[in-house]
Design a protein around this ligand. Structure first.
Ligand code: MLT
Length: 258
């Protein structure tokens, strides 16, 4: 599948994979800052942003293959750093496990290694059905938006929240349903973490209620070569909510690889 993407800067490649149901627009502050020293490639994953949204279940493995296809299409054959937020992190893990030779480093932001509980998977299926019946992402947006940000961001920074609301609202019903069903079926990766040799930065907002700091800490501890950065004043969208702190941690990590 041909994905829409942004490709900025020159140097070692950093691929950034957005969360659900967002788009590459969530990385604008990282694209601006990191592209001064790196080549930043940020796709819209299938079903999101400007990429096609087929009626299908989007497994994390399939989305990882889309990213590999994009890199191949761009002639990027050297190992790259892949950063992913939440669903983007599930995809980054799938990519790292299937194609370890393509990975120079990982940034796992506000994400999880565990699978959905049966109840969470059932709820996703219910939401997928509701969104498909409505023909738009509305019900999901209202339920999910308050959980994405720190409470103070919701209260005091409406201009920060608005673009992510718009990105969510723009995601098609088929895109939402495809990703929800793919996430519901994703495997538990916790046992596999120890086989990931790539240096990894695990980053998490200190107020993330979707993938809380304790889970990030457990991921960092299970990986053979990881460091943890807790991003202050941020919820589930730490890179977007506090780009200064996230970019500082990311740049320090990226520079440590060269
Ligand atoms: C995301 O931000 O990508 C989602 O919260 C992931 C999920 O629903 O598991």
């Amino acid at each position: 599948m041909l994905l829409a993407f942004t490709d900025e800067g020159a140097g070692p490649v950093v691929v950034l994979l957005h969360g659900f149901p967002l788009s590459r627009t969530m990385w604008s502050a990282q694209i601006g800052e990191l592209s001064r020293s790196f080549r930043v490639i940020a796709p819209d994953l299938r079903g999101h942003g400007e990429s096609p949204a087929p009626d299908a279940v989007y497994t994390m493995e399939q989305m990882a293959e889309d990213v590999v296809e994009l890199l191949d299409g761009l002639g990027v054959t050297e190992p790259v750093v892949v950063g992913g937020l939440s669903m983007g992190g599930y995809v980054a893990l799938a990519l790292a496990l299937k194609h370890p030779g393509r990975i120079r480093g990982l940034i796992l932001a506000d994400t999880r290694a565990a699978a959905d509980s049966p109840e969470a998977a059932r709820q996703r299926e219910e939401t997928a059905g509701a969104v498909l019946r409505a023909g738009h992402a509305g019900v999901l947006v209202e339920a999910m938006l308050p959980k994405l940000f720190a409470a103070s961001t919701i209260r005091e920074r409406p201009a920060v929240v608005a673009p992510m609301r718009a990105a969510m609202e723009a995601t098609s019903a088929s895109g939402v349903a495809g990703a929800l069903r793919g996430m519901a079926g994703r495997p538990d990766r916790r046992e596999e973490l120890k086989s990931i040799a790539a240096p990894t930065l695990v980053a998490v907002g200190d107020q993330d209620v979707v993938s809380p700091p304790d889970e990030a800490k457990a991921i960092a501890e299970a990986l053979p070569n990881a460091r943890l950065a807790v991003i202050p004043g941020a919820g589930h969208l730490a890179p977007y909510e506090n780009p200064e702190a996230f970019n500082a941690a990311a740049l320090e990590f990226l520079r440590s690889l060269s």
